[in-house]
Design a protein around this ligand. Structure first.
Ligand code: ADP
Ligand code: MG
Length: 318
């Protein structure tokens, strides 16, 4: 198969067949229709071998994650995913790599009704760029700005699992399969993002760790917060590491969780949790929005934890 035939084979008609796609892969441009009364939410991310994933990472994992990280951004705005484009840089047109990559990308695309509508293919060091497009009713997007004093800060799922998996892989030790799954096949919280529309005052997805990502939300909102570390939702394996060494870096400063962090008015917390439960995700309150800027991180023993004073290299650049 020629290089072009290979690309056509793996990337034409990938994902859902959508009625709003007048023209998909194959021409100079795709032709797409945004529904009346909706805004187009757009986000792009690049995953580069050796930087964002190990060069020998399973192609299925790369295909999944390349789309998942974009869907997580759409989720964080409360957008309904619709289309994706894919820019692939490959050392060679290797069918044995492309087949599982595209199958895994397609499975996640199907699961969220996403159609691949175009892309670009070049030769070079392995790198995958995905742009995602979604719809939000005019004015309904949940932004980072909008958190109000008194709002409850919540996070979905559990924090630090991907970071613990990465630690294991980097140190060459055994990694529990459920942790590895969290690192290589993250679940974008698309349904949760949609469910929180009209309820959350501010939202962000946790791609770089709660410590930095919550700071982005607070800065955008012009507020501060107190967070109770004892309330962070942790898997048993991450909780065990913290119990052993007292290091909060895993849930706070390791990336790749792709959970949502949102703020809801205190009176709406139960509704938000019920909506989350209805889409199969736990939503855990971890703190409160305060007028004073900055974050007060309260340790389980009641004392305040200070990142700047700690010996935490992980927080140095935050
Ligand atoms: P052009 O040179 O006009 O930009 P290309 O030869 O790059 O066109 O691409 C031809 C068609 O194939 C376009 O519709 C483009 O969107 C699509 N395409 C190329 N590479 C990919 C890819 N990796 N995934 C999806 N579509 C792709
Ligand atoms: Mg062209």
């Amino acid at each position: 198969m020629s290089e072009f035939a290979l690309i056509r084979h793996f990337f034409t008609a990938l994902g859902a067949a959508r009625a709003d796609v007048a023209l998909g892969v194959g021409d100079d441009c795709a032709l797409l229709k945004v529904p009346a009364g909706q805004q187009l939410a757009v986000s792009i991310d690049t995953l580069t071998a050796g930087v964002h994933f190990f060069a020998d990472c399973a192609p299925a994992a790369v295909g999944h994650k390349a789309l998942a990280v974009g869907l997580s951004d759409l989720a964080a705005m409360g957008a309904q995913p619709a289309w994706a484009t894919l820019a692939l840089t490959l050392p060679s047109a290797d069918a044995a790599w492309l087949a599982p990559f595209s199958a895994s990308f397609a499975a996640l695309a199907h699961a969220h009704g996403v159609q691949l509508v175009g892309g670009d293919t070049t030769r070079g060091a392995l790198s995958v760029t995905v742009q995602v497009h979604g719809f939000i009713p005019d004015g309904a997007a949940v932004r980072r700005a909008g958190a109000q004093r008194g709002d409850v800060i919540c996070v979905s799922g559990t924090l630090g699992d991907a970071g613990l998996a990465l630690r294991g892989l980097l140190s060459g030790s055994a990694v529990a399969p459920e942790l590895r799954q969290r690192l290589e096949y993250p679940t974008p919280r698309v349904q949760l993002g949609l469910a929180l529309r009209g309820l959350a005052t501010a939202m962000i997805d946790l791609s770089d760790g709660l410590f930095g990502d919550l700071a982005h939300l607070l800065t955008a909102s012009g507020v501060g917060a107190e967070v109770a570390l004892a309330q962070l939702p942790l898997s048993p394996l991450v909780a065990k590491v913290i119990a052993q060494d007292g290091d909060w870096a895993l849930p706070l400063a390791s990336g790749d969780d792709y959970e949502l962090c949102c703020c809801v008015p205190a009176a709406q917390l139960a509704t938000a949790q019920a909506r989350a439960a209805a889409v199969g995700v736990a939503l855990q309150p971890i703190g409160r929005i305060e007028a004073e800027t900055g974050v007060r991180w309260r340790l389980p023993n009641g004392e305040m934890w200070c990142a700047a004073a700690g010996s935490y290299d992980h927080f140095a650049n935050s």
